[in-house]
Write a protein that binds this ligand. Structure first.
Ligand code: SF4
Ligand code: SF4
Length: 187
């Protein structure tokens, strides 16, 4: 009979490859939250998020914007006195959220992540003008103008191509990627 894992165990399993200690080692000292440059934009600070996972508050965690707001700067991971890779935990939560198709409404992150992975798998390269279609609809008119000016400047300086390109030996790359991550529906 299959054993149903707790939410905290599922997240622990998704972090199996990380080099940090398990989140059960958390001292709740708050160093991660105090050092996080994105904490003020998060529904829950990193310290609180770890406590919520430990308490198996799955619905609350999946309704939080915290891990989609994480900037992956690794300040928390470097400073944690318990040696926990908190940044990797944020990635694990993103993967779990996408796997379960459950995330807070109106977030750019899930659509952006899905679009980015599909683009990389299909071409081997990132192409900003297509990626931008996932987040530009959320911008105000003035932000759109600013983005257009920035993009024009990048194109004029040769920093952004006008047409998407593909890497050489794309089939080899796709075979390699499909062996290491489940891509369900991305091609
Ligand atoms: S810095 Fe480490 S030990 Fe302290 S609250 Fe954050 S995760 Fe827990
Ligand atoms: S990696 Fe994420 S959670 Fe950690 S300090 Fe940076 S932004 Fe905050």
């Amino acid at each position: 009979m299959a054993v149903e894992l707790s939410f905290s165990k599922e997240i622990a399993n998704m972090m199996y490859a990380t080099h940090g200690n398990p989140i059960t080692n958390c001292l709740q000292c708050g160093t991660c939250s105090g050092t996080c440059p994105a904490a003020e934009f998060m529904d829950h600070t990193p310290r609180v998020m770890i406590g919520m996972i430990g308490a198996d508050l799955k619905d609350e965690v999946l309704a939080s914007n915290t891990y989609w707001t994480c900037a992956s700067c690794y300040h928390c991971t470097v400073r944690c006195p318990a040696g926990i890779d908190i940044a990797d935990m944020m990635y694990a939560l993103k993967r779990y959220s996408m796997w379960k198709s459950r995330y807070k409404e109106d977030l750019i992150g899930p659509d952006f992540s899905e679009g980015f992975v599909k683009m990389i798998v299909n071409s081997g390269k990132s192409f900003e003008p297509i990626l931008a279609t996932t987040y530009l609809p959320k911008f105000s008119a003035s932000q759109l103008v600013q983005e257009a000016l920035t993009a024009t400047g990048l194109v004029l300086k040769g920093k952004m191509p006008l047409l998407p390109k593909k890497i050489k030996r794309l089939k080899n790359f796709q075979r390699m990627v499909k062996r290491i991550i489940p891509l369900g529906g991305s091609s």
